[in-house]
Structures are given as structure tokens and as C-alpha cells.
Design a binder for this molecule. Structure first.
Ligand code: NG1
Ligand code: ZN
Length: 530
């Protein structure tokens, strides 16, 4: 392709004014919204090229998840709903940072190096969260897509997992579900209702919960979803969009601060959930009779789900290989419980769902959750087929048949494309309902080690590099030895530091047996980072 054929892509409305460099990180580009317009334009261009290479629709989501309202971001979604392939992350970073004078050359280079057939049709499926800056950034992305003659399918304001769902459904011609929001709500709610059979309460389980929607897009989705779920569960929503996005609320705030969100009225033992700004994370919490806060995070959800699958497989007499994927942030109490009590293999990967997701694909049924509540369950296609064939077996006993039929509904209830707060919530509610458990029964499965996270501001976070799934520092030289020395003083002590991929900070994590030691431990480790 001649450069002259690309001249029209130079659009002065989206020229690069930002002087700093920006990186496609753990969750795409994420930074102050006002420096992102040229990035969105260029990601529009790139999404078209990616779509042509894959000969399939590509997703483009405009969100900064749990970040403050003035931030924004963009990530591309590959055809099967997974995060953008790693080599293209580098291409994206380069494209976002080149000067305008090099834009045509860079696009030409991508076309040549990736063998892009420019005659292939391209489709980009777009979604955005509720941020004020999102419409402007949307226009920039659309301009980029149209500059390379791509087809835009704009689904407006949707949650991140809804966007992933829409991409997969589009690329499978409806095989995964109908590629509309109605299709999404119908698929999930139908499976939920099928297992629950209109019985709202069961034993100690009461079908009422409070939901903190982080004043984000999850509030809109929850309102819409409620119409499909009516009479099977009552969701009382707070932080429903009128307040400030992610401000003193949402899953990240509750998890990191280990305290309830502001403005959610709390009654003892009432199940509460917090989702994040783009509704791909969920955590549970409650207050006890003494107003003590109890958190049930992603690790708790993972263990509940893993134990449930183990039970269903035993009852159905199906033998599939179960695996559970965590990151370094998983509480040692949960890892111990999964390996020693549930006896399910556990794998630890680097932070960021793409790492967990790809590892989970290696198991017949791969359950993955980050401690912050981001996760889902993946089933191999052969597993789904076997389950579908088994249900037709006339020899099945009643117990086997019930378990197999539950498995089939659970598969439909789970958004396998990515962690999904609303789908995960239905899964947890289904399991608690079935067991007749209240939230304290669930919490009794195992004991969390007291734990804490800190954010440390440093002049250059990238001075710290890590290995072993982020658990050990490689540079600066000597830092890991210093950390080890501190940690060795505490019973069941564990601590690590790593640069965040989404914020300009270094994260410090620590856990140990005695809560009275925790502050000292984490402060001592954090002080090594300054
Ligand atoms: P970083 O900022 O790289 O730690 C955070 C979360 C990840 C993941 C991404 C994407 C923690 C400790 N880290 O990544 O788990 O969710 O954001 O949103 O929660
Ligand atoms: Zn999120």
C-alpha cells in the first residue's frame, strides 16, 4: 500500500498534543481522560487492522473501571472475547506514542508486517461506561474506525463484560447467545431462574441483597437486569449513578480499604455486594451484630464455586479436571484451603486477568478469580458437549440427572468471556440458595489471614521489576533480600511489591497470622521501596 493512499488518516482534530508517553498496560490504556483523544482515534485505526487480520469483529471498550471519574481508558477485545494478544499490545503502545508526522508510516508498517489484507471487511463493536469524557472519546474512536472504512457497531453505554459478550456472540453468529443486551439478560436470568425454580428463600438463605453499584454503568445494567430477575431475587441498589463514580464506593474501595462503602445503609448480617465502575468485579461483605466489617472477596467466591463444582461433578459422576487460578494477591488462607481441603490444583499467575484466563483454559473446568473480585469459570468445548450428551442418557439416576442439569444451567449463567460482576453474583446467589446458607455460613469455610495493601508513590515505578508471578523483585538489586529479612520475622508472613500496571504507583501487599503485626510488617516493607 502506498503512503499516499493513507494520507486521509491524518486528522487534525485528533493530532497528538500530549508530550509524555503512554503504555498499553494490564487493562489497556488508562490515564487522565484529557490526554486520550488521539489515543482513541489511533485505537480506532488499529481495531480496524486487527479486525481485518482476524477476519472477525473486534471489541473496543472505553472505560477506566475503578479509577476516579476524571480518568478514562480504552482496551481492545479479541474475537473470542479475550484481551488483546500481547504482541499487539506493543503495537498499540507504539502507535499511541508516535508523532503525527510518523502516523502514516507506522500504520503502513503494521499493514505490511502483519500482512493485513486491506480488502477484508472490518467490524468494530464499541461500548463505553458512564464517564463524562466517554462520548468525546467515542467520537474519536469512531473517526479512526471510519478513516480506515471499518463498520462501527456502537452499543452505547454497556458494562465491560457485556461488551465482551457482544463480541463473542457476533463472532459465533449467535452460537454463544444473541448479540444484544436483551440476549445477554435473557440467557443469564433464564438459567438462574431454572435452578432457583421461583423459590426465593431456602433455609438460612434469604433472597434479598444490597448492591453498591459504584455510581457506574453497573447501576444501569442492574436496573435493566432487575426486570428479568423480578420475583426471584430482590436487589436493593445504592450508589446508583447519582453520586460520584467510584468515590468512597465500589468493589475496589471496599476491598482495598476493607470498609463498607459510604451511603449504603447496613443492617447486621445482610448480604451486600459492591461492583466496580465497569461491572467486571464483585465482592461481598456484611456487618456482624457488633458492627464489625467482614469481607468476602474474589478468593471466597473462587472457593465457594470450586467446592460447588466438585460436588456437582461427584453427584453427576462426571470426571473432569478442575483447576483454580489465583494471583499473588490471593489470601494464603484460601490457597491452603483449596489445595489441602478441596484438593483442587491451584496455579498462581501474574496479575491481570489475561494471565489467569489463559491458564484457566488449560483445565477442563478452569476457575479463576483475582482477590479483588475479577473472575469467571471456563469450560472446554468438549466438556460442554459431554455434559450436553450426558443429559440425554436414559440410564441416569435422579441424583445424576439433577446434577447434570444444574451444570448445564450454570454454564449458561456464567459469562465465560470475562469476569462479570452480575453473572458472578447470580452464581454465588445460586450456590448459597442451594446450600441454604447465609453469608456467615459461607465465611466459615476457611479463615483468611489478616492482610493489607498499600500504594506507594515513587518517581519511577518501573525501577521495580519482578519475577515468579510478581512475587519476587528482580530489581533494584538487593530489594528482595531486604523484604525477605523483614517477612521472616512474622508468623505465616508473606509480602511482595510490584509496580501497578494501571496506576502510577507501586503496590505493597502483606499478610501474616497476627493482625496486631500486620501494620508493622507492611510499613516496614513499604519503607524499603521509597
Ligand atoms: P494493577 O494496577 O496492575 O495492580 C489492577 C488490579 C488487577 C487488575 C487490573 C485491571 C489489584 C492488586 N490489581 O492491576 O488485579 O484487576 O487492575 O483492572 O487489584
Ligand atoms: Zn473493572
Amino acid at each position: 500500500m502506498e503512503s499516499s493512499q493513507l494520507e486521509h488518516i491524518l486528522n487534525t482534530n485528533y493530532s497528538k498534543k500530549y508530550k509524555g508517553s503512554i503504555q498499553y498496560g494490564t487493562a489497556g490504556f488508562r490515564t487522565k481522560a484529557d490526554v486520550l483523544e488521539h489515543v482513541l482515534y489511533r485505537m480506532g485505526l488499529l481495531a480496524v487492522l486487527r479486525s481485518k487480520v482476524k477476519n472477525a469483529a473486534i471489541g473496543l471498550m472505553i472505560t477506566a473501571s475503578h479509577n476516579i471519574g476524571s480518568d478514562n481508558g480504552v482496551k481492545l477485545v479479541d474475537p473470542a472475547g479475550e484481551m488483546l494478544e500481547a504482541t499487539w499490545e506493543l503495537i498499540a503502545t507504539n502507535l499511541a506514542n508516535v508523532e503525527d508526522s510518523n502516523l502514516i508510516f507506522t500504520i503502513k508498517q503494521i499493514i505490511e508486517e502483519q500482512n493485513v489484507d486491506m480488502s477484508t471487511e472490518a467490524t468494530v463493536i464499541i461500548g463505553r461506561d458512564t464517564r463524562e469524557s466517554s462520548p468525546t472519546l467515542l467520537n474519536a474512536a469512531i473517526a479512526g474506525i471510519q478513516a480506515l472504512h471499518g463498520i462501527v457497531k456502537d452499543f452505547g453505554i454497556v458494562t465491560t463484560p457485556q461488551l465482551h459478550y457482544l463480541v463473542v456472540c457476533t463472532n459465533t453468529n449467535g452460537g454463544y447467545g444473541e448479540p444484544t443486551l436483551n440476549g445477554y439478560y435473557t440467557k443469564l436470568s433464564k438459567a438462574f431462574k431454572c435452578i432457583r425454580k421461583n423459590k426465593i428463600n431456602n433455609g438460612l438463605y434469604v433472597g434479598v441483597l444490597s448492591l453498591d453499584a459504584a455510581n457506574g454503568v453497573g447501576a444501569i445494567a442492574t436496573k435493566e437486569f432487575n426486570d428479568y430477575l423480578a420475583e426471584t431475587i430482590t436487589i436493593n441498589m445504592y450508589n446508583d449513578g447519582l453520586g460520584e463514580l467510584n468515590h468512597m464506593c465500589g468493589a475496589d474501595y471496599v476491598k482495598v480499604q476493607q470498609m463498607p462503602p459510604a451511603t449504603v445503609p447496613l443492617k447486621p448480617k445482610v448480604r451486600c455486594v459492591s461492583i466496580d465502575g465497569d461491572a467486571d468485579r464483585i465482592i461481598y461483605f456484611y456487618l456482624d451484630e457488633n458492627d464489625k466489617f467482614h469481607l468476602l472477596d474474589g478468593d471466597r467466591i473462587a472457593t465457594l464455586v470450586a467446592a460447588y463444582f466438585k460436588e456437582l461433578l461427584r453427584e453427576s459422576r462426571l470426571s473432569f479436571q478442575l483447576g483454580l487460578i489465583q494471583t499473588a494477591y490471593a489470601n494464603g488462607g484460601s490457597t491452603n484451603y483449596i489445595s489441602n481441603v478441596l484438593q483442587i490444583p491451584v496455579v498462581c499467575t501474574s496479575t491481570g486477568v489475561k494471565h489467569l484466563h489463559s491458564k484457566a483454559l488449560e483445565f477442563d473446568i478452569g476457575i479463576y478469580f483475582e482477590a479483588n473480585g475479577h473472575g469467571t469459570v471456563l469450560f472446554k468445548e468438549t466438556v460442554i458437549q459431554t455434559i450436553k450428551n450426558t443429559i440425554k442418557d436414559p440410564e441416569l439416576s435422579m441424583i445424576e440427572k439433577t446434577a447434570v442439569s444444574k451444570l448445564l444451567n450454570i454454564i449458561d449463567m456464567i459469562n465465560q468471556t470475562v469476569g462479570d460482576a452480575l453473572s458472578d453474583m447470580l452464581l454465588v446467589e445460586t450456590i448459597l440458595h442451594e446450600k441454604g446458607w447465609d453469608i456467615t455460613n459461607w465465611e466459615k469455610m476457611y479463615k483468611d489471614l489478616p492482610n493489607k495493601q498499600l500504594k506507594v508513590q515513587v518517581s519511577d515505578k518501573n525501577v521495580i521489576t519482578t519475577t515468579n508471578a510478581g512475587r519476587q523483585c528482580v530489581t533494584p538489586k538487593g530489594l528482595q533480600e531486604e523484604i525477605d529479612k523483614v517477612v521472616s520475622k512474622y508468623e505465616k508472613g508473606r509480602s511482595f511489591v510490584r509496580p501497578s500496571g494501571t496506576e502510577d504507583i507501586v503496590r505493597v501487599y502483606a499478610e501474616c497470622e497476627n493482625s496486631s503485626d500486620l501494620n508493622e510488617l507492611i510499613v516496614n516493607v513499604a519503607s524499603l521501596v521509597y
